[in-house]
Every structure is written in C-alpha cells, then in structure tokens.
Design a protein around this ligand. Structure first.
Ligand SMILES: Cc1cc2nc3c(=O)[nH]c(=O)nc-3n(C[C@H](O)[C@H](O)[C@H](O)COP(=O)(O)OP(=O)(O)OC[C@H]3O[C@@H](n4cnc5c(N)ncnc54)[C@H](O)[C@@H]3O)c2cc1C
Length: 225
C-alpha cells in the first residue's frame, strides 16, 4: 500500500483527536514549531493526539502509506527533528498532571511552565529546564539540564517509568525492570528514536522555598511557611 494516496478522512475517523491538513483552520498555526527557522515546513498532516491509541493509529497510517511520522511536543528542537516529517504527531493535547505520594504522572505534552505550576500546588518540583514553553517530552528524552541539576541531576534521572508507542504500534510501559533497555535508551537518546512517549512518571523533589533562579520566571517555588 505504500505510495497510495493517503486516506486522511479514514485517519480522522480512526482517532479521537483532530487531524489538521492544509486548508483546515489551525493548520497554519500548528504546523510552525517554536523556532522560526523551521516555519517554512509544511507537513501533509498534523495529528493532535489525545491518547496513546491516536499515536498508534497515526504510526500505522504512516507506515501503510509510506509516510514519515515524527513526534512533536514543545517544538523546540534546534535541529528541526520535530518538523521535518510528512505527519507530525503532536502530543500536546496529552497534558494532564497528577501527583500521588511525591510521584508525578505527566502527560507527554505538558510544557515546563505548566508542569512547574501544577507541581508547586503540591510543594513539589522536578529538576528541569528554564524555558516555560519547552516540552517535557523533548527535554526529558534528551536528558534535561536545569538550575536544580547540581543537587538532583538531570531531568531524566528522575524518570521512573514511561508509556511508549513503539514503531509497530504496540503500547508498552517501561521502567528499570520492564522493557529495561528501552527505558535506558529513552533517558538521553529518546527524542524521536525508539517510539512516541505518551506519558512519563517522575520522582519529584521539594520545591525550593525561594526561586532557584532569578532568570527563570516560573521555576517552582513555594511560599515561606
Ligand atoms: C528557548 C529554549 C530554552 C531551552 N532551555 C533548556 C533548558 O533549560 N534545559 C535543557 O535541558 N534544554 C533546554 N532547551 C533545549 C530543549 O530541551 C530541547 O530542544 C528539547 O529537545 C526540546 O523539547 P521540545 O519537546 O520542546 O521539542 P520538540 O521539538 O517537540 O522535541 C524535541 C525532540 O524530541 C522528539 N519528541 C518530542 N516529543 C516526543 C515524544 N512524545 N516521544 C518521543 N520523542 C519526542 C522530537 O521528535 C524531537 O526529535 C531549550 C531550548 C529552547 C529553544
């Protein structure tokens, strides 16, 4: 089937999120990543994935029609790797954050600023970056450097497990014990290489009582008690 004309209507029918193709409202805005350098890229379709199942459908669709699908979270990739594909799988609709017992379960589409805000409600944070619009997926999967790093290490050091849609469409959970090699690879080399991450589970740390950075407006803080 590779090379046949993609049946975009069928893809839209199969997914819970929206599919944007050229001409549809929103396409011109969402096709552009954060970095202006890549604003001239025009993917054939943008899948706004609301769940892992949407990601799996998009991957299978791309394979069926010989298209290249690539994931995008915050769109800050300096190399344009979240822009130069036929189909962009945009994970930003998956942006829930929940915290239980100091462990945060985070949708792969959360931006750092929103994540810090959600964790601060619980007096917690994670060591991560300074750009509030940077995506948690791209940052964590590339390592993740931040001002709390000297004390706690990289963002990916706090990762406990992840849900990943593999290139064959299977949805797997991985951690130190299950799919351990995948989990190892995700922590530093995971951006777009082994599958699409749909959720991340982090060990959190106490939010600093005063801003750990004067140059980051939204680094997590908590008021003095
Ligand atoms: C203004 C700015 C500030 C920055 N600040 C920091 C900082 O303080 N600390 C730091 O460490 N880095 C920082 N960076 C670098 C940033 O962390 C990386 O560029 C990171 O890859 C961006 O992630 P993203 O999700 O925003 O980008 P994207 O372009 O969406 O993704 C980056 C890569 O990850 C892949 N990817 C995205 N989502 C997924 C997914 N769900 N599953 C699998 N692969 C995926 C993409 O295909 C791409 O290859 C900054 C970059 C910018 C532009």
């Amino acid at each position: 089937m590779a090379g046949w004309r993609p049946d975009w209507a069928a893809l839209q029918e199969a997914i819970g999120g929206d599919l944007l193709v050229p001409g549809l409202p929103g396409y011109e805005v969402l096709r552009k990543p954060a970095l202006a350098r890549f604003h001239d890229t025009r993917p054939q379709g943008i899948v706004l994935a609301t769940a892992a199942a949407d990601v799996a459908e998009a991957i299978r669709f791309a394979q069926r029609f010989g298209l290249r699908a690539i994931p995008r979270c915050g769109g800050h990739c300096f190399a344009g790797r979240s822009s130069n594909g036929d189909i962009i799988i945009d994970v930003t609709p998956m942006r829930s954050v929940s915290v239980t017992g100091g462990v945060a379960t985070v949708g792969a589409g959360v931006r750092l600023g929103d994540l810090y805000d959600a964790l601060a409600v619980h007096g917690r944070t994670i060591p991560a970056g300074c750009g509030p619009s940077v995506g948690i997926a791209g940052l964590t999967l590339g390592g993740g450097l931040g001002t709390l790093g000297r004390k706690y290490g990289l963002t990916c050091d706090q990762l406990l497990s992840a849900q990943v849609v593999l290139p064959d469409g299977r949805i797997v959970e991985c951690d130190e014990h299950v799919e351990a090699e995948l989990f190892w690879a995700l922590r530093g080399a995971g951006g777009g290489n082994f599958g699409v991450v749909t959720s991340l589970v982090f060990a959190t740390v106490p939010a600093p009582r005063r801003p750990a950075s004067t140059w980051s407006g939204r680094l997590s803080t908590r008021p003095p008690s």
